[in-house]
Design a protein around this ligand. Structure first.
Ligand SMILES: CC(C)(COP(=O)(O)OP(=O)(O)OC[C@H]1O[C@@H](n2cnc3c(N)ncnc32)[C@H](O)[C@@H]1OP(=O)(O)O)[C@@H](O)C(=O)NCCC(=O)NCCS
Length: 183
């Protein structure tokens, strides 16, 4: 099973159904913080909702080898990342990420994202990882840029958040970008 030491007492592990209660507790404790940007921050209310969310990740991982992962720091779940389904021909996917409020602002997601990008490019041989974020999600845009993603443009009103159409900033990293960044 995929497990990645992120240093400073943090690690990245594949989300499994046995984590459903812990994931629900994490979401409940960070509902407003996550729910501002992620619809599931509000919709995951019960352990069954949590299981259904994790089950999607488990199924996708089995199908295409791209994990949904939790981040643990000092034994507590503090965030996670996921990959969207693999597009086989262009060997492409999209990444998503979230942290609890207390874990934000310390560089943890930068480290975790690099681990997931290394998995995607170095181990699974993907050629492109996209990233989409609301244009006004300043922390998420800053993270994309800090990681070295290239801004590719704005998809106007391509998402709905809290009942209103929102503009999404599109970023992507190619395998050749990753190799250059790593040097
Ligand atoms: C998007 C999100 C993951 C970004 O988290 P983050 O904490 O800003 O990202 P990091 O963990 O990489 O931390 C970076 C911050 O730590 C600081 N930092 C401290 N030490 C650092 C280090 N060694 N390396 C990198 N950054 C470091 C950086 O300066 C930065 O802070 P700043 O933005 O105030 O300058 C987080 O805001 C979040 O989960 N939000 C809610 C859910 C969400 O929006 N998800 C994305 C939907 S598209």
């Amino acid at each position: 099973m995929f497990r990645w030491d992120l240093g400073s007492g943090a690690d990245l592990r594949v989300l499994e159904l046995r984590h459903a209660e812990e994931f629900l507790a994490f979401v409940s404790a960070n509902r407003d913080y996550l729910g501002r940007w992620l619809s599931w921050g509000h919709t995951i209310q019960t352990v069954e909702d949590s299981q259904a969310f994790i089950r999607r990740g488990v199924t996708r991982y089995a199908e295409d080898g791209l994990p949904w992962a939790g981040i643990w720091e000092d034994g507590c779940m503090v965030g996670g990342l996921l990959f969207f389904p693999l597009e086989p021909l262009p060997r492409a996917t999209e990444i998503g990420y979230w942290l609890g409020e207390a874990a934000s602002g310390h560089g943890l997601m930068s480290r975790a994202s690099r681990a997931m990008l290394s998995l995607a490019f170095d181990e699974l041989g993907l050629n492109r990882v996209a990233l989409q974020t609301q244009v006004d999600n300043v922390r998420s845009c800053a993270l994309a840029e800090r990681l070295g993603f290239t801004f590719e443009g704005i998809r106007r009103q391509s998402w709905v958040n809290h009942g209103r159409f929102v503009d999404m900033a599109g970023y992507a990293m190619l395998a050749e970008d990753w190799r250059r960044i790593k040097r």
